[in-house]
Design a protein around this ligand. Structure first.
Ligand SMILES: [Zn+2]
Length: 299
């Protein structure tokens, strides 16, 4: 029974490793209408013009229009493939993308902006609560502090206002906030995996952008099905922490070639610990700055 399950999983894994983009070569000869260069292939090697872009057709106009809103890149139909592969074979897709197959996939940064836009439109349309309430509440608190008798409390008021503004900025500019918080996550993952995987910090960053897109897709599904999203936890992803753990394990199995459950889980726990350590350092630095600020003000 266990043997059969294992074999089934192995077959599934082999299916997921296979990519479906085929790289077509063309030996047809063309003369470039832009730079008069003679060449064989799909694109002019001198100026990059495509061999089919000398005439405007309904198809090329459609493509150019889709390109403006970021839906189409080089006519590769990469958006749909990227969305499908983010769910079907995320780790292998990222491995292929980093390994040089980037033309087959949609750029992760653009994709994240697009998904965040869809998410924002959705929560506005469905009227799901944002975090503006907590902002007005903290501003009320700030006003109270400014009226306070104690001098220390009056001095703390602008700092609390600043913190509330920073938090509001993060929740209003979700895409940028995810990218910024990613710096910590990427550093933690890179620390844990740098000996096992050939990826640099920057490549880990690109990989993590795709993983953010994957979580954004899950969040959109969550909002559509359950009419809510969970905004707390160690990671900035808007799904339940158990879901985050499961999805990250699944991604790392494929991306980093993990083969056994317990060692993979242990490495994920190490990533969490690094993350907590970094956040703790950040809080320590903030407290130190606060102490220095108060010391200067009372001098
Ligand atoms: Zn040319």
């Amino acid at each position: 029974m266990l043997m059969r399950l294992k074999n089934a999983l192995r077959r599934l894994d082999a299916m997921q490793q296979r990519a479906d983009y085929n790289v077509t070569r063309s030996e047809e000869r063309h003369t470039c209408p832009h730079c008069q260069n003679k060449y064989a292939g799909h694109y002019c090697p001198q100026c990059g013009l495509g061999c089919d872009s000398s005439r405007f057709t309904a198809k090329t106009i459609m493509r150019k229009m889709l390109d403006v809103i970021g839906f189409e890149e080089d006519g590769q139909h990469s958006l749909l493939r990227t969305l499908r592969d983010l769910l079907w074979r995320p780790g292998y897709m990222i491995r292929d993308y980093l390994g040089g197959h980037s033309p087959a996939y949609f750029q992760p940064f653009k994709l994240l902006l697009l998904l965040v836009l869809i998410f924002t439109l959705l929560i506005h349309m469905l009227g799901i609560e944002g975090s503006t309430e907590s902002f007005t509440e903290s501003m009320k608190k700030v006003a109270e502090l400014q009226e306070s008798e104690a001098e220390v409390e009056r001095m703390a008021a602008p700092l609390i206002a600043l913190a509330a503004k920073v938090i509001r900025w993060f929740s209003e500019n979700m895409a940028y906030s995810i990218i910024l918080q990613n710096i910590f996550i990427v550093t933690a993952i890179w620390k844990v995996y740098r000996r096992r995987a050939p990826y640099t910090w920057s490549e880990t960053f690109v990989a993590q952008m795709y993983i953010c897109c994957q979580f954004m897709l899950l969040t959109i599904a969550e909002v559509l099905l359950l009419r809510r999203y969970s905004a707390d936890g160690l990671y900035p992803y808007l799904v339940n922490d158990w879901v985050v753990t499961f999805v990250l394990l699944y991604d790392f199995f494929q991306l980093y070639g993990e083969r056994r459950f317990w060692p993979a889980l242990w490495r994920l726990i190490k990533v969490d610990l690094w993350l907590i350590l970094q956040y703790a350092l950040l809080i320590l630095i903030a407290i130190a700055l606060l102490v220095v600020y108060l010391a200067i003000r009372t001098m």
